[in-house]
Design a binder for this molecule. Structure first.
Ligand SMILES: Cc1cc2nc3c(=O)[nH]c(=O)nc-3n(C[C@H](O)[C@H](O)[C@H](O)COP(=O)(O)O)c2cc1C
Length: 304
């Protein structure tokens, strides 16, 4: 029986779409068909973003509220496997993806299906993937693999280059900063996943519930960053509550609190964060084994 793969995604600048195109470039043949469908918000998001629209999305994204999305057309009910491509917005899956996963349509197509998540983001996706796992569990879907591609400017660099790209529309390198976004070679190399998947589908391995993309470098987590992500997620949750209390999206109250929060973050970046990086470096040097095990846990199901 020929196999049918559904690919769902939401990509604003087209970067995730490029990753998907590469991933599936060697997947289809006479035995495997691939249906690619974009998720579309009812009210489209701006790109490039202006600062307040960008900041306005924070509270709803952090609380995994999702936005209203259009019904996806031309979907069948008999896919053998679903690839869900998503980006990260404020340490959570992007609002259009969350919005879709909360629809009746998602309930139908994800039920009992093996799912591969495919993330393309700046650098912080680990806690978002935990949120994604809960959403998929709620849909009775079976997460069998996760692939994550991150921006070339690792750590501190992409904290500058990614927002600059999203707020200006310009990805180019400047001063000593590399270009924003994922390396073109990393995008091209994503075709290796499609090759493996094609073989696995033909041998009905997708039915086993076991990961199909192991030993391909699907993910690579730095254990030292997990604690930082957990702290950032906890703090974002508290701020998101406070921001919602100050008013609805686009309200004046929100603008005030978001201005205050942004200044607070800048102040943190120059005071508490450098000190905590030094303290963490010292603490981490005493718990390397523990961090390795922690990274391994979050690298499941596909692993490195
Ligand atoms: C509102 C917003 C918030 C974002 N927050 C994060 C984040 O917390 N972590 C992260 O790694 N990337 C973050 N990104 C970057 C995206 O995950 C992604 O790399 C970028 O938006 C390009 O994706 P595209 O394919 O939709 O164009 C954010 C992007 C946007 C627009």
């Amino acid at each position: 029986m020929p196999k049918k793969v559904l690919v769902l995604y939401y990509s604003q600048t087209g970067q995730l779409k490029n990753v998907i195109d590469s991933f599936i470039s060697k997947l289809p043949d006479e035995d495997v068909s691939v249906h690619v469908r974009a998720i579309e918000p009812v009210e489209s998001y701006p790109y490039p973003w202006n600062f307040y629209d960008f900041a306005d999305e924070f509270a709803e994204a952090v609380h995994v509220d999702g936005c209203e999305v259009k019904e996806v057309e031309f979907l069948d009910n008999d896919y053998d496997l679903i690839i869900l491509g998503y980006t990260i917005w404020f340490l959570a899956p992007s609002s259009p993806i969350v919005g879709f996963l909360k629809t009746e349509q998602a309930k139908k197509i994800f039920h009992d299906k093996p799912v591969i998540t495919l993330i393309a983001c700046r650098d912080m996706w680990v806690m978002a993937q935990e949120k994604m796992k809960s959403l998929l569990t709620g849909l009775n879907a079976n997460l069998i693999d996760n692939v994550a591609l991150t921006d070339q400017g690792k750590g501190i660099y992409s904290l500058i280059t990614t927002p600059k790209w999203l707020l200006s529309g310009n990805k180019d390198a400047f001063w000593f900063f590399p270009p924003a976004g994922i390396l073109q070679s990393d995008i091209e190399n994503a075709s290796r996943f499609g090759v493996r998947l094609n073989e696995a589908l033909k041998n009905d391995k997708h039915m086993s519930g076991e990961p199909l993309l192991s030993n391909l470098g699907a993910v690579n987590i730095d254990g030292k960053l997990i604690a930082a992500e957990k702290i950032a997620t906890r703090s974002a949750n508290i701020w998101a509550k406070l921001i919602k209390l100050c008013g609805n999206k686009k309200s004046f109250g929100r603008k005030i609190i978001m201005t205050f929060y942004s200044l607070f973050l800048v102040a943190l970046a120059f005071t508490v964060i450098p000190i905590s990086i030094i303290i963490r470096k010292i603490v981490n040097s005493f718990q390397e084994e523990k961090l390795k095990n922690l990274a391994k846990k979050y690298e499941e199901p596909s692993g490195r």
